[in-house]
Design a protein around this ligand. Structure first.
Ligand SMILES: [Zn+2]
Length: 153
């Protein structure tokens, strides 16, 4: 369970620990109600971000998730913004970015366990994510196993 009052501090800490390149950028995380997407990032073209900032919307049912899963979900959305910064791209829409690339960057950043926890939660409650939506639960699990194997030596 996540409290809506905690979202800001969770976001700040996540940026501090994992997304140093996003420090100081205005990123608003809002909860949304109703149907449609579970989470979404509203990008702005790179050269506009200083004026406009970014907005992430997450469905309020996400508050029922564990903190571990919630961070997987939030991290995925922050990764869309971080990717925009790496590319300095003018894309206005996060859906122009490849979801699988975004998830891979999340794993490489060290948030693979969180992504896995999120996918597990999401797939058990909603329509299962497919390959075009990002890395699958199985694919992420496999990568985490490889990490664990490597750590033994
Ligand atoms: Zn995405």
């Amino acid at each position: 369970m996540i409290l809506s009052n905690d979202i800001e501090s969770i976001t700040d800490k996540l940026i501090r620990d994992y997304y140093p390149e996003l420090k100081g950028i205005v990123i608003r995380v809002k909860l949304k109600k109703g149907k449609g997407f579970f989470m979404q990032t509203y990008l702005v073209p790179y050269f506009m971000y200083i004026f406009l900032g970014y907005r992430i919307e997450i469905h309020k049912s996400a508050l029922k998730m564990s903190k571990e899963s919630f961070i997987g979900c939030l991290g995925h959305e922050l990764e869309h913004i971080a990717y925009q910064h790496t590319m300095r791209s003018g894309f206005f829409d996060a859906s122009d970015q490849d979801e699988r690339v975004i998830d891979q960057r999340l794993i490489d950043r060290g948030l693979g366990k969180n992504l896995f926890a999120f996918l597990k939660h999401h797939n058990s409650k909603y329509k299962k994510y497919k390959k075009k939506d990002g890395l699958t639960e199985k694919e992420v699990e496999k990568q985490l196993q490889v990490f664990n194997e490597a750590a033994k030596y």
